[in-house]
Design a protein around this ligand. Structure first.
Ligand SMILES: *[C@@H]1O[C@H](CO)[C@@H](O)[C@H](O)[C@H]1NC(C)=O
Ligand SMILES: *[C@@H]1O[C@H](CO)[C@@H](O)[C@H](O)[C@H]1NC(C)=O
Ligand SMILES: *[C@@H]1O[C@H](CO)[C@@H](O)[C@H](O)[C@H]1NC(C)=O
Ligand SMILES: *[C@@H]1O[C@H](CO)[C@@H](O)[C@H](O)[C@H]1NC(C)=O
Ligand SMILES: *[C@@H]1O[C@H](CO)[C@@H](O)[C@H](O)[C@H]1NC(C)=O
Ligand SMILES: *[C@@H]1O[C@H](CO)[C@@H](O)[C@H](O)[C@H]1NC(C)=O
Ligand SMILES: *[C@@H]1O[C@H](CO)[C@@H](O)[C@H](O)[C@H]1NC(C)=O
Ligand SMILES: *[C@@H]1O[C@H](CO)[C@@H](O)[C@H](O)[C@H]1NC(C)=O
Ligand SMILES: *[C@@H]1O[C@H](CO)[C@@H](O)[C@H](O)[C@H]1NC(C)=O
Ligand SMILES: *[C@@H]1O[C@H](CO)[C@@H](O)[C@H](O)[C@H]1NC(C)=O
Ligand SMILES: *[C@@H]1O[C@H](CO)[C@@H](O)[C@H](O)[C@H]1NC(C)=O
Length: 498
């Protein structure tokens, strides 16, 4: 090993050792890996209508047990400190994956971070990041600092990022997709990784001296995954050697927080409770995948599923381009028994894309994943394709799909609405929808356009329209009759004059 390589390796080790490292598994297979450093800068209100800025770092010690991996959408959720969390949602498109959404929740009640804050509220902000397409089977890496303006009051700086989502073979890839800001790669850091990856156990004890979190003292992360490429080193400062800090690219796209979130009342309490537990070693973070939520009992006991408000917002835009409110239930046969399951909208993650001719949205809430594809045929839109993937209580996954549907049809520029329960058969699966309202094209200002109701919906607009038309016809008849009568009268008057 040349001295130069040794130096680079040393520099690399230093960089790798001072991040927050998380490994997420499904079953016991690694499916998502992340090692990153994040600084938050949050403006908040103190007494006398003054404001203050809190700067704090994502601690090394986080819990990630609310993270999850699914086929098309994965979620990295890092809970830290007193009720704070950072989530990154990834989705697959063709041979690539991307980060669709970054959500940051901070707890103003945590006075160790937000000294003298007058508010005790939980604040939620989110942004669509600009992380370019990352080839499946490669790690996204970005040493450069990237400052993201999440909202007018929150900035987030990421650096020394190594993330791989949708790991399919249980091991972190040696191949990387570097961010543009890192410029042309240095003497291949990946090859260095290979040399370094022989050591697996880590004892990285770093003291994160944040003005904030009191919890972080010294963390011992024992990563046992075959994939982890961490190395032992004890440094407190981040001496960024051999890394070009190019002008940090800033994505300034703020997502309006209003319409998009599926109701999150349950979420806040869960976050608080999970962070309260001090057991925070990451490796054994089990995803909820394997544990079926409800014992699948026959139909009558199931409550109506909660309606979720889902939406898709394009990159660099604040307004949604697809809106979808729905409560969902599925029914299928398992070992000759008919089973029904509600889709838990409160826990659902979603992502999608809008096109001119086709738009789609993916909804994931373990153990069910839906992909709805809508098409535009110049006058009308309809649900054209549907793919449902389910993991049954016995842990087996199956998926059904139909790409020649013609459901939920309405004129472009309007929305389709059906409040009553509807059921559809997709191959071997029954799908039930409740309080459905969807607009996959032509959404203006992030709100639904006028609705076209499904037939026989109790609140159908048809009745008032029919009544209105009848009234109008009646009025016209009366008016016409009046004029005809008058004309006749006048005509007879002329006759008498003659
Ligand atoms: C976020 O960054 C912008 C631009 O650098 C700056 O003007 C603003 O004060 C920052 N906000 C916070 C809360 O740090
Ligand atoms: C991150 O925040 C810490 C204070 O919590 C500060 O010392 C450090 O310089 C910050 N790093 C960057 C890259 O902003
Ligand atoms: C969902 O959307 C409906 C109608 O657009 C609205 O009445 C309801 O308040 C929304 N729910 C949430 C939790 O945003
Ligand atoms: C942490 O987990 C271990 C093993 O899972 C358990 O024995 C211990 O009681 C837990 N500690 C706390 C504080 O929950
Ligand atoms: C972590 O998981 C492995 C296998 O899944 C198990 O053998 C081990 O006891 C677990 N460790 C803890 C601390 O729960
Ligand atoms: C979004 O904005 C970034 C930076 O402003 C730009 O590089 C990118 O091309 C934009 N993406 C789209 C889809 O417009
Ligand atoms: C949409 O469909 C029309 C006609 O079917 C076609 O001419 C057009 O190229 C398509 N646009 C896109 C973006 O695929
Ligand atoms: C449905 O989606 C899953 C997950 O993306 C995929 O594996 C499967 O092939 C799809 N099914 C069909 C029939 O397209
Ligand atoms: C898809 O659904 C349509 C309409 O319900 C049906 O006619 C067609 O046979 C289905 N296709 C498959 C492959 O099941
Ligand atoms: C599906 O809907 C039809 C009416 O559209 C109804 O007759 C039928 O009972 C429903 N099936 C189930 C399983 O609820
Ligand atoms: C629907 O498609 C047509 C042609 O394919 C396009 O001109 C029109 O803009 C699309 N409508 C919407 C609302 O996207």
């Amino acid at each position: 090993m040349s001295p130069y390589t040794a130096l680079l390796l040393f520099a690399f080790m230093i960089q790798m050792s001072c991040g927050t490292e998380v490994t997420i598994t499904t079953g016991d297979q690694l499916c998502l890996y992340a090692n990153l450093r994040v600084n938050f800068s949050v403006l908040y209100e103190v007494a006398d209508q003054k404001t203050q800025v809190a700067v704090f770092e994502l601690p090394e010690k986080v819990t990630s047990d609310e993270s999850m991996c699914a086929k098309v959408v994965s979620v990295l959720k890092l809970n830290f400190g007193d009720g704070h969390s950072l989530s990154i949602i990834f989705s697959v498109k063709d041979n690539h994956y991307e980060a669709n959404l970054i959500k940051f929740t901070y707890n103003l009640r945590d006075k160790t971070v937000f000294k003298d804050s007058v508010s005790d509220e939980l604040q939620k902000v989110k942004v669509r990041p600009h992380i370019p397409d990352v080839e499946l089977g490669t790690c996204y890496t970005c040493k450069s600092k990237d400052t993201i303006h999440i909202s007018p009051t929150v900035n987030m700086t990421l650096w020394n990022v190594v993330i791989q989502a949708f790991i399919s073979d249980g091991a972190k890839s040696q191949k990387t997709t570097p961010c543009p800001a890192d410029g042309p790669p240095y003497p291949s850091p990946t090859s260095i990784t290979t040399t370094a990856s022989t050591t697996t156990t880590t004892a990285a004890s770093t003291t994160t001296t944040t003005a904030a979190s009191t919890t972080t003292a010294s963390t011992t992360t024992a990563s046992t995954t075959a994939a982890s490429t961490t190395t032992a080193s004890t440094t407190a400062a981040s001496t960024t050697t051999a890394s070009t800090t190019a002008a940090s690219t800033t994505t300034a796209s703020t997502t309006a927080a209003s319409t998009t979130t599926a109701s999150t009342t349950a979420a806040s309490t869960t976050t608080a409770s999970t962070t309260a537990t001090s057991n925070t070693t990451t490796p054994n973070a089990t995803t909820p995948t394997t544990t079926p939520t409800t014992p699948s009992t026959p139909t009558p006991t199931l409550p109506t599923p909660t309606t979720g408000n889902f939406s898709v917002t394009p990159v660099n835009s604040t307004d949604a381009c697809l809106l979808f409110n729905v409560g969902l239930r599925i029914g299928y046969k398992q070992e000759n028994k008919y089973v029904e399951k509600n889709f838990d909208s409160n826990k659902a993650e979603f992502s999608g894309s809008c096109g001119v001719n086709s738009s789609d949205i993916v909804l994931v809430s373990d153990p069910i994943t839906f992909r709805f594809t809508f098409t535009n045929d110049t006058k009308k839109f309809r649900l054209h394709a549907l793919n449902v993937t389910v993991t049954t209580s016995s842990g087996v996954s199956f998926s059904v799909a139909n790409s020649s549907l013609s459901l939920w049809e309405a004129s472009l520029g309007s929305s389709y609405m059906c409040n009553k329960e509807q059921n559809f058969t997709i191959d071997t699966l029954s799908l039930f929808t409740y309080n459905l309202r969807v607009q996959p094209f032509g959404v203006k200002k992030g709100t639904f356009s006028m609705a076209e109701n499904c037939k026989a919906d109790p609140e159908s607009f048809l009745v008032p329209i029919v009544v209105g038309v009848c009234l109008l016809v009646l009025i016209v008849i009366v008016v016409v009759a009046f004029f005809i009568g008058r004309k006749r009268n006048m005509a007879s008057n002329y006759e008498t004059l003659n």
